[in-house]
Ligand binder design. Structure first.
Ligand SMILES: *[C@@H]1O[C@H](CO)[C@@H](O)[C@H](O)[C@H]1NC(C)=O
Ligand SMILES: *[C@@H]1O[C@H](CO)[C@@H](O)[C@H](O)[C@H]1NC(C)=O
Length: 495
């Protein structure tokens, strides 16, 4: 029942044209402000605990969740328990899972003081480790990576919570014969970034970094696009972005020249208007803008490309491409659209911090855009999700005004059943999916896919493009919310 989480690359073209219909965010300040960012922060992290697969620890805060997927890996005689369900179903997809971990690790690094002052740093570390422990199992064999557990088509024939699922836990892998550069490189990025987070735990950190190096080599030397998760997660953007992204994280983790050489001489980088689980160029560009390296054979430096991302998003530049709804929200395409909202907010705050530290502005042609403008835009985007929008409604479950009650999510919308209870899949949709009533279990902190391009939203679980949550929407919201909680609405850094 999952809708595709993305359109095709052709959608970008349509987008650029549609962007003529613009709305300033002049309307927003009147609506904005007064949000309890700390509460939103805490809740967005709790959502990740609702997505956990495997044997849950006693401190898991989502009381209606139990152990699940305890035999994952058995079909190949390996232990692949743990990790995360990505969204409203019970499949463990490797590509979005690894991206969730990479972005959580970046959050822990970039917003460490803010998370510390909110007493949430340990929770974020636990969230990362829940992912890396699983990914280490997936990468336990040489020249092989398990990339998915669960057959999505069979999974989708039953509306059942993961604790009671019956569909086969089919395993998917990549190896030398069937490569998958996107997923190998993204997993390398997740390991490299996490190795920096866990430096205080030398042994664990070294294990992560070793896997990162091996997987990057594997990704580079066995190139081939990975479509094994398509049509659920199709890589529309190819793998050049993941190779650059992985090399960037390896460079940051090791400062080794071999990665700098790859970045400057071999990697391909281009300017795009999107940062998502599929497309990571702007993330790498923001990270690399500090180092004055050039990309693509020296044509442009990464600062210019990071600037181009900002210029393509901001409505007040001559280069804007991204559609903004009348109520002021970034809208790229239906289907987890809020990932672009949280992802852009994340990059804007991280980039503004770097620009202020180095005394620079964003250059959009001749127009200089001050870092403060990036912060203001990021705050406005996050405020939209929290309730500063035409509906006056929150898009975060259990937070703020009129928050969603019907997230498209199997665990939240079905009753807690005894372990081993035999669910009738044929009847499950009529019993638990179709009825127009609130979910019995609150999916605390889940950010919905969000409203459409006219700021409309119908709180119905059948409408999955709008009501399905995803781990990577939330992973990218944690940093902005931590910054807002610690620094206040102006996002002025205190460190
Ligand atoms: C990058 O260039 C700027 C401006 O020329 C300079 O101040 C800075 O030190 C350079 N950074 C590095 C890492 O070389
Ligand atoms: C799904 O949501 C969209 C956007 O809010 C809305 O236009 C559409 O009518 C909804 N469909 C159903 C079946 O609720």
């Amino acid at each position: 029942m999952r809708a595709l989480k993305h359109g095709t690359m052709r959608a970008h073209v349509a987008l650029a044209l549609a962007a003529l219909v613009l709305a300033g965010d002049a309307l927003q300040p009147a609506l904005a402000g007064g949000f309890d960012y700390k509460d939103a922060l805490t809740k967005t992290i709790i959502f990740l605990e609702a997505q956990r697969s495997g044997k849950l620890p006693p401190n898991n805060r989502v009381k209606w969740r139990g152990d699940s997927g305890l035999e994952d890996g058995k079909l190949a005689n390996v232990d692949l328990t743990g990790g995360y369900y990505d969204a409203g179903d019970n499949v463990k997809y490797g590509l979005p899972l690894a991206f969730t971990v990479t972005t959580l690790a970046w959050t822990a690094l970039a917003f460490k003081p803010e998370l510390q002052s909110a007493k949430e740093l340990d929770h974020v570390h636990e969230a990362i480790r829940w992912g890396t422990d699983y990914l280490l199992k997936c990468a336990s064999r040489k020249k092989k990576l398990w990339v998915q557990v669960g057959d999505p088509n069979l999974d989708h024939q039953c509306w059942v919570r993961p604790e009671n699922m019956k569909a086969p836990r089919t395993l998917y892998e990549i190896d030398e014969k069937t490569p998958g550069t996107e997923i190998a490189a993204e997993t390398a990025a997740a390991f490299a970034a996490s190795s920096m987070v866990f430096r205080h735990d030398k042994k664990y950190s070294r294990a992560l970094l070793n896997k990162a190096k091996l997987l990057f080599l594997f990704a580079k030397s066995h190139q081939g696009s990975y479509d094994g998760e398509c049509p659920f997660y199709c890589s529309y953007s190819g793998y050049n972005d993941e190779l650059l992204w992985a090399a960037t994280w390896l460079y940051l983790a090791t400062k080794r020249q071999v990665y700098a050489d790859f970045i400057t001489h071999e990697a391909i980088s281009s300017s795009v208007a999107e940062f998502s689980w599929d497309l990571k160029f702007p993330g790498a560009q923001v990270l690399l803008s500090e180092f004055n390296m050039t990309s693509g054979g020296g044509a442009q430096n990464f600062k210019t490309q990071a600037d181009n991302f900002v210029c393509a998003v901001l409505p007040d530049t001559a280069f804007h491409q991204v559609f903004i709804t009348p109520g002021g929200m970034i809208h790229l395409r239906d289907g987890a659209n809020t990932q672009y909202v949280t992802g852009t907010s994340f990059l804007f705050i991280v980039y503004s911090d770097l620009l202020l530290r180095t005394g620079q502005s964003v250059m959009c042609g001749n127009q200089a855009v001050k870092p403060e403008r990036l912060r203001e835009f990021a705050r406005q985007q996050m405020d939209y999700l929290l309730g500063a929008n035409p509906r006056g409604s929150s898009y975060v479950v259990g937070f703020g005004a009129n928050s969603p009650t019907q997230p498209h999510h199997r665990g939240a919308s079905t009753p807690v059943l005894p372990p081993g209870y035999d669910v009738n899949c044929g009847l499950s949709f009529g019993e638990w999916f179709a009825p127009d009533r609130p979910n019995p279990n609150e999916l605390t902190g889940a950010i919905m896919g969000g409203p459409d391009k006219d700021d409309r939203f119908v709180d119905k679980r059948a409408n999955s493009s709008y009501t399905e949550p995803c781990t990577y929407i939330n992973s990218l919201a944690i940093g902005p919310l931590a910054a807002l909680a610690a620094r206040g609405a102006q996002l002025v850094a205190t460190h």
